[in-house]
Write a protein that binds this ligand. Structure first.
Ligand SMILES: [Zn+2]
Length: 430
């Protein structure tokens, strides 16, 4: 497919407009409605989150369903944003205690489970899977999928999941129950006609994870009709290679770049197996991460390129050649003061430098911020919330992957776009 190119306003070099699909974004989490730990802290700003995403070129979002509540809510959101929001449906390993006879389930106030490891005391292993509960859960899941597929909005549900194994967080659900939940849901997938692609979660559980997939779908996963992605990948290079050999895709987000070792694994992901995600509100790239260091380096390089470009052209008309151009082809904000105005127009570089000259600025952030970011208590319309990762931050993920692999951002974005469209059967024209 042809990549999207737009002419630069000042040079004949066409600037690449990145396009992204956030394959893992927990927009059904009440945090995107202003609710933090059960308390309404600010107005519902979901539509602003989605428009910020579209503004950076992240035009398709696959909202994660990780239990019944979030799977249903995700479908509701998808109905409001046809062609933009798609969904998954399934039971996350950390929400799988509902399969247990003890039915111990952490109260999360409706929030999704972070994919970040959060180890504490494991819950006892002695509870058995409850077969009656299991039958009911699987029947309800099947109903949810059938209902979604029978509606005119059938195209919304694009994957089964999020499900899998998470041995880093046994305090939410024991190993035994997680294995039971994963197996029961894999059986459900096998019985769906047609099957759905899989949106998988695997943490510190690789051997069991692969063994169960092979048990259900065959040694080469030959009975897995639509493929799947192992999202939020943080495993070893050998584990990642085994997943790629099985035909699975690898989803990367901020959690994939924490250490130099993590980044060395990302370097080995083949472009034709790569997908991008934010896993918001979780898994943001943090200053303590190796990925952040790479992002700072990359930013400095881009700023130098911009500087030399603007020195050789009329000030105020240059367009950065980097993939930081916004979805509408205009220049991105070069610093925190360049937040988009409510009507979406951004100040020109000239206006920005004038503004800079007029008033003393706060210390410039290491990484340019397109939008003002505030604490949840200080919410103002149009601002992002500190610590709440959003789909518009996917451009950081792609920049870091490009820096790690030593390829252009265009190569990363286009490969991930193609893989995601293909696996999830997304309508590119919508
Ligand atoms: Zn996950």
């Amino acid at each position: 497919m042809a990549s999207e190119l737009s002419p630069s306003s000042s040079t004949s070099t066409p600037a690449y407009k990145p396009r992204y699909i956030d394959i893992g974004i927990n927009l059904a989490d009440p945090i995107f409605r202003g609710k933090h730990h059960g308390t309404q802290r600010h107005p519902d700003d979901l539509s602003a989150v989605i428009s910020r995403s579209q503004e950076v070129g992240c035009t398709k979002l696959i909202v994660t369903g990780s239990d019944f509540t979030s799977s249903r809510e995700a479908l509701e959101i998808a109905k409001q944003y046809p062609g933009t929001v798609y969904t998954t449906a399934g039971i996350h390993p950390c929400s799988s205690a509902i399969f247990s006879s003890a039915n111990k389930h952490e109260d999360t106030d409706g929030h999704t489970m972070p994919c970040d490891p959060d180890p504490s005391a494991p819950i006892p292993e002695d509870h058995e899977p409850d077969h009656e509960k299991t039958q009911k859960i699987i029947a309800d899941l099947r109903q949810l999928i059938d209902d979604a597929r029978s509606q005119s909005s059938a195209a919304h549900l694009v994957a089964f999941g999020e499900f899998g194994l998470d041995y880093d967080r046994l305090h939410y659900c024991s190993r035994k129950i997680q294995l039971h939940s994963f197996a029961a849901q894999l059986d459900l997938v096998l019985s769906l006609k047609p099957q759905l692609p899989l949106f998988l979660h695997s943490r510190a559980a690789h051997a069991d994870f692969v063994a169960l997939l092979k048990e259900k779908f065959g040694g080469r996963l030959e009975r897995l009709e639509r493929g799947g992605v192992v999202h939020s990948f943080t495993g070893t290079a050998a584990e990642m290679r085994e997943l790629m050999d099985l035909g699975l895709y690898i989803g990367t987000n901020g959690c994939s770049f924490k250490t130099a070792e993590n980044c060395a694994v990302v370097r080995e992901i083949h472009l034709d197996r790569l997908m991008l995600e934010t896993d918001g509100p979780w898994c943001e790239v943090r200053p303590s991460h190796e990925g952040w260091r790479l992002l700072v380096e990359q930013t400095k390089k881009e700023q130098q390129q911009q500087l030399s470009l603007s020195e050789s052209t009329t000030p105020g008309t240059s367009t950065p050649s980097s993939a930081a151009a916004t979805a509408d082809g205009s220049a991105p904000s070069a610093n925190g003061s360049g937040a988009a105005t409510p009507n979406g127009q951004k100040p020109s570089q000239q206006q920005q430098s004038q503004r800079k000259g007029k008033k003393p600025q706060k210390k410039e952030p290491e990484i340019p911020e397109r939008w003002k970011t505030v604490k949840k208590e200080k919410w103002v319309e149009g601002a992002m919330i500190k610590g709440r990762n959003e789909p518009c931050m996917i451009e950081r993920v792609s920049k870091i992957v490009a820096a790690i692999k030593g390829v252009s951002e265009q190569e990363v974005c286009e490969a991930a776009w193609k893989n995601s469209v293909q696996v999830f059967g997304l309508d590119e024209s919508a």
